[in-house]
Design a protein around this ligand. Structure first.
Ligand code: ADP
Length: 183
C-alpha cells in the first residue's frame, strides 16, 4: 500500500511541482485544491464565480467550500493520494482529520517545504500566474505565516512531519523525498 502524503509550505515553495513529480512516478492521485479551484474558474462554473475574486486577491476561499471539493476528490481513490494546498488552517486540518477517519485512509507523511521569503517572491513573480502580482503575493505570504504555518507544529505533534529544504534543484529535492518515502 502506498503512503498517503501531504505537501505543506508557503506559496512558491514548490509543493505543486514536487507533488506532480511524485504522483506521476508512483501513480498517486494528485489533489491540489488551488488547481481544482482554478479549473472551476476556467470552466466558468457557479463555484468558480464564487471564488474568482477571492483567489485573485490572495485570500483563502471559504473552508466549507474547499472541504466539499476535497471530499469529492478523495472519494475517487483508495490507492494513495497526495494533497497539495490543503489544509491551510487549523479548522481545515480538523475537517480533514474527520474525513480521513471516516474513509479509513490515514495521512502518513507530511513534507514541509521551506524557502526564504525573497526567493519565494522572485519565483512567484517569474511564474506570473494571475494571482502572482506583488500585492497578492504579499497577502498570500502573510496569510501563510499567520494561518498555515501553525500547521507545522500540528503535524509535528502527530509525528509525521519531514522538513525539506526547498531552495535547491528540483531533482535533488524529489530524490530526497523519494528516499524519505522509502524509509
Ligand atoms: P499557492 O501554493 O501559490 O498558494 P495554490 O494553487 O495552492 O497556490 O492556491 C491558489 C489560491 O487558491 C489560494 O491563494 C486560495 O485563494 C485558494 N486556495 C487553494 N487552496 C485553498 C484552501 N485549502 N483553502 C482556501 N483557499 C484555498
Amino acid at each position: 500500500m502506498k503512503k498517503n502524503i501531504l505537501f505543506l509550505g508557503p506559496p512558491g515553495a514548490g509543493k505543486g511541482t514536487q507533488a506532480s513529480i511524485i504522483s506521476e512516478c508512483f501513480s498517486y492521485l494528485h489533489l491540489s485544491t488551488g488547481e481544482l479551484l482554478r479549473q472551476e474558474v476556467e470552466n466558468k462554473t457557479n463555484l468558480g464565480a464564487q471564488v474568482v475574486d477571492i483567489m485573485n486577491s490572495g485570500q483563502l476561499v471559504n473552508d466549507a467550500l474547499v472541504l466539499e471539493i476535497v471530499k469529492k476528490n478523495l472519494s475517487l481513490t483508495n490507492n494513495g493520494w497526495i494533497l497539495d494546498g490543503y489544509p491551510r488552517n487549523l479548522s481545515q486540518a480538523n475537517s480533514l482529520d474527520e474525513v480521513l477517519q471516516s474513509i479509513n485512509q490515514p495521512l502518513e507523511i507530511v513534507f514541509n517545504l521551506s524557502v526564504e521569503d525573497d526567493i519565494l517572491v522572485s519565483r512567484l513573480l517569474n511564474r506570473g500566474r494571475k494571482d502572482d502580482n506583488e500585492q497578492t503575493i504579499r497577502t498570500r505570504l502573510k496569510i501563510y505565516k499567520e494561518t498555515t504555518a501553525p500547521l507545522i507544529n500540528y503535524f509535528k505533534g502527530m509525528n509525521i512531519l519531514d522538513d525539506i529544504q526547498g531552495d535547491r534543484d528540483l531533482k535533488t529535492i524529489s530524490k530526497e523525498i523519494k528516499q524519505k518515502m522509502a524509509s
